[in-house]
Write a protein that binds this ligand. Structure first.
Ligand code: ZN
Length: 404
């Protein structure tokens, strides 16, 4: 058995033992039949189902006991939560733990359940993305740097790609569809993206800047735009085929394409509602197939040296105030969003974005998405800032240690 599997089995064993302890913790009532004789406690039957691996039966029984119309027993929410955890339904498990917490006064039990909620969040952390350029041979990469005289158009379900390399148009069609599926799964819970997107691939940065949207920043080599013209809406992405050395830009394939695509999905999600720039850019960077460790190192070093943009400012900074400070802004936005995403289930993260769309500030959206009760005496922003800064510094130190 692989070492990882053994650790998981031990962890699951500990989890079931923990639930047994938690459920049976405190005085228990023997169940009585109508004639007063002791009978089997349904709570113990549900625990037996859980220990025996019949998680659906344990969940059903736990729910019935916890929300019984005459004599509800809230401890059974712990069985429901553990059953859902074992079925890898982590968001639903957190819901059950919260149901239990809402009526729990014991500090010991609150600590135990809070730890279990954190375990659920950690278990539902997103898997690392597949990196498209790592699937390509050196020969194919070299051929992708060739630029023909004619444009090759490729149509897929959601994209029309135009580049001057036949293989590149085909490749981008497949990779754009794969990235869109992944992003829609993460941000829209699988809801389909309803638009068709034109993708234009330009030879180099000069050609890109001459042809992309006038809003494309001078330093960029990829951008998105949504143009309205006479009732017609055009969703568009502009990309650059070659890097500064004249080779095929793997950065375009692995990072810029999913990044710009994610901006379009966020645009579809938010409509005309504003999304803070740091959230918009941070989420788009999380969609990239390869996370840039240099950004995370920069963010941590800036925070440690008190040279960073303070979090409260970062989260409301408009685009015009980012000019000249792009590297630090992008680094901190990535670090903060990566920190948040790692502490939320997929459902909580989608809830976080929905709350922002409805007008919540970032700290309010965090509170609401994670079910943290608002406390006017202890506002979340200072605690959130400290937690993120500690994380950014530790992560930067770890990445630098790995580089050595
Ligand atoms: Zn961006």
């Amino acid at each position: 058995m692989a070492k990882g599997s053994a650790i998981i089995l031990v962890a699951l064993g500990v989890a079931v033992a923990g639930v047994c302890w938690a459920v049976t913790h405190g005085p228990s009532r023997p169940a009585l039949s109508p004639d007063g004789r002791a009978t089997t406690d349904p709570l113990h039957d549900a625990l037996d189902d859980l220990a025996g691996g019949d998680f659906r039966a344990a969940e059903r029984a736990g729910e019935a006991i916890a929300s019984h119309g005459v004599m509800p027993r809230p401890r059974a929410w712990l069985i429901v939560a553990a059953s859902r955890y074992r079925q890898q339904r982590y968001g639903a498990a957190i819901e059950a733990y919260r149901n239990y917490l809402s009526g729990c006064d014991s500090p010991t039990m609150r600590r135990y359940v809070t730890q279990r909620i954190n375990d659920c969040r950690a278990a539902s952390a997103p898997a690392p993305h597949r990196v498209p350029s790592e699937q390509l041979s050196p020969e194919r990469l070299a051929a992708l740097a060739e630029v023909d005289d004619v444009v090759h158009a490729e149509s897929t379900d959601h994209f029309v790609i135009r580049s001057r390399n036949y293989d590149l148009s085909k490749l981008l069609g497949a990779e754009a569809e794969a990235a869109l599926r992944r992003i829609c799964q993460d941000l829209l819970d699988g809801r389909a993206f309803p638009h068709s997107v034109d993708i234009y691939v330009w030879r180099d940065r000069r050609e890109y800047l001459n042809n992309a949207s006038a809003l494309a920043p001078e330093w960029s080599d990829g951008s998105f735009s949504v143009m309205h013209d006479d009732g017609l809406v055009t969703w568009r992405i502009d990309l650059t085929q070659l890097d500064a050395d004249g080779g095929f830009s793997t950065r375009m394939l692995d990072r810029v394409l999913p990044h710009e695509l994610c901006h379009l999905v966020l645009k579809d999600l938010f409509g005309d509602a504003p999304c803070p720039l740091a959230v918009n850019e941070g989420v788009a960077m999380l969609a990239e197939a390869r996370c840039d460790p240099q950004r995370l190192v920069l963010a941590g070093a800036a925070v440690a040296g008190r040279r960073g943009i303070p979090l409260a400012k970062l989260l409301i900074l408009p685009a015009e105030q980012v000019d000249g400070n792009e590297d630090l802004f992008y680094a901190e936005a990535l670090s903060f969003l990566e920190f948040l995403r790692g502490r939320m289930t997929g459902g909580e993260f989608r809830g976080f974005l929905e709350h922002i769309k409805s007008g919540s500030t970032v700290p309010e959206a965090v509170e609401r998405a994670m079910g943290i009760p608002a406390d006017n005496d202890a506002p979340l922003m200072p605690a959130l800032t400290t937690a993120w800064e500690d994380y950014a510094i530790a992560q930067s130190q770890m990445l630098r240690a790995l580089e050595r």
